[in-house]
Design a protein around this ligand. Structure first.
Ligand code: SPQ
Length: 432
């Protein structure tokens, strides 16, 4: 479906709570399903990716009930998982397929995992290689690297793995396998990736240790069901934060935003760019920091984004690139090769789509270079089936001279089903 969006007539004003965190929602289903006893999850993200995780666990025999944003999982312990009678379809979700591979590597049955056309192109070697070292049987297309991918459970042994990438999906898959392995499993990553798995495992009564970027887990642990309150997703909030910063006379407050330091790199980067963002009412939900964010229109200046900051804002690079088109000076984004293996090649997708709107932006081998300040002129663009590209382009329409037509906007429902209603609520405009 295509959608035509017109430039913003007024400013953005008001208060909004964006939907629940996608990474935490996935993990609440995974841990609730392998724990013993009942788990309740409030503020669950009803985006397609997380619904697909629920569907996979139901096929694995877990009783999961949904009532609006409250999910109840009746966990029977990890031994309660049963061989699925059908393939496990993860849809568009890289997190679901990679974490399931780690979990199912140690279960005594056979499963086949597949997803949509984007998932069929996303590499699984990054998890399959360390899992095979632990004793896993994993096979798939192109030497076992691409879905559909099959896993036959086996006895796993703990390993020490030095991961070449800072990836929470790799770390989490290894920890889920390590939970079932004999001995200790240790993973060292080159920079710290998001740590929701570690925090949630602890909330379910699991034990692990961390020293710098090395995490160790002892095998054969039992988890116990608990209550989870999911914070609002900082990755979804980022679209409205940037929208308020770059549109005239805007002032918004975003409620209950997850501020886990392994995810809040986007706030650090924007503050360094001169953004007026005030962090209010800081508190903790199940070991996850949360705050309200007050944001007003700001004159931004560009900075370099690289190194250890990259994993802390990897999913926000598309919207940061849009912010950079409206900031003074040049933004250089480096060390971000990981963008090439997301739902799309996000370096190419961001650069080509923003060029279509008139931005001054070029790709590099490991990132992009953006020169501000440029007036976007509008035009026809494509989400390429990537929810974060679709939302970035919708925010770009607010400041374009002319209308923006976005093709394939439906994909936004992967992480933010009510995105356009929430945008209308803040933009208070006719005709949207
Ligand atoms: O789940 P998926 O499709 O991989 O989703 C994305 C996204 O933009 O929503 C990436 F495309 O987020 C990943 C994120 O980039 C979610 C995630 C997680 O929940 O563990 C970790 C990151 O990926 P990685 O490979 O760096 O671990």
């Amino acid at each position: 479906m295509a959608k035509t969006l017109h430039p913003l007539k007024h400013s953005l004003k008001g208060e909004l709570k964006v939907p629940g965190d996608k990474s935490i929602s996935h993990r609440s289903i995974i841990f609730g399903s392998i724990a013993s006893g009942t788990t309740t999850v409030d503020g669950f993200l009803l985006g397609q990716d997380c619904i697909d995780t629920i569907n996979c666990f139901q096929k694995l025999g877990v009783q999961i009930e949904q009532e609006q944003e409250r999910i109840t999982i009746i966990g029977q312990g990890i031994e309660g998982l049963q061989e699925p009678e059908d393939v496990l379809d993860v849809g568009n979700s890289g997190t679901t397929i990679r974490l399931l591979l780690g979990l199912l590597a140690g279960r005594p049955f056979h499963s086949v995992l597949l997803g949509d056309a984007s998932i069929a192109k996303r590499p699984m070697d990054r998890v399959a290689i360390p899992l095979r070292k632990m004793g896993a049987n994993i096979d798939g297309r192109k030497n076992g690297n691409y879905p559909p991918i099959a896993v036959s459970g086996s006895r796993l042994n703990g390993i020490h793995y030095d991961s070449p990438v800072a990836s929470a999906q790799v770390k989490s898959a290894i920890l889920l396998a390590g939970l079932q392995a004999s001995g200790t499993t240790t993973i060292t990553e080159p920079a710290l990736s998001r740590d929701h798995t570690e925090r949630m495992l602890t909330a379910f009564g699991g034990r692990l240790t961390r020293q710098n970027t090395t995490i160790s887990i002892q095998g054969q642990q039992n988890l116990t069901g608990t209550s989870v309150q999911v914070p609002a997703d900082i990755s979804s909030a980022a679209f409205f934060i940037v929208a308020a910063l770059i549109t005239p006379n805007s002032e918004i407050t975003l409620k209950d935003v997850g501020m886990n330091p392994t995810r809040s790199g986007v706030i650090d980067a924007l503050l360094e760019m001169g953004a007026n963002i005030t962090i209010l009412n800081e508190r903790i939900y199940n070991d996850e920091p949360v705050a309200d964010l007050h944001v007003t229109t700001s004159q931004l200046k560009n900075i370099e984004i690289s190194g250890d900051l990259i994993p802390r804002l990897i999913d926000e690079i598309p919207i940061l690139a849009l912010a950079a088109t409206q900031a003074k000076g040049v933004m250089v984004i480096k060390d971000a090769e990981e963008l090439k293996v997301k739902e799309t090649n996000r370096i190419d997708a961001v650069v080509h789509q923003l060029q279509q709107l008139g931005a001054s932006i070029e790709s590099t081998d490991d990132g992009m270079i953006i020169t501000g300040e440029s007036q976007l002129h509008g035009g026809t663009v494509h989400s390429l089936g990537d929810h974060r590209i679709g939302m970035m382009l919708a925010i770009a329409s607010l400041i374009s001279e002319d209308k923006v037509v976005i093709q394939e906007v439906d994909c936004i429902a992967i992480s933010y089903p009510n995105f356009f209603q929430d945008l209308s609520q803040l933009s208070n405009r006719e005709g949207r």
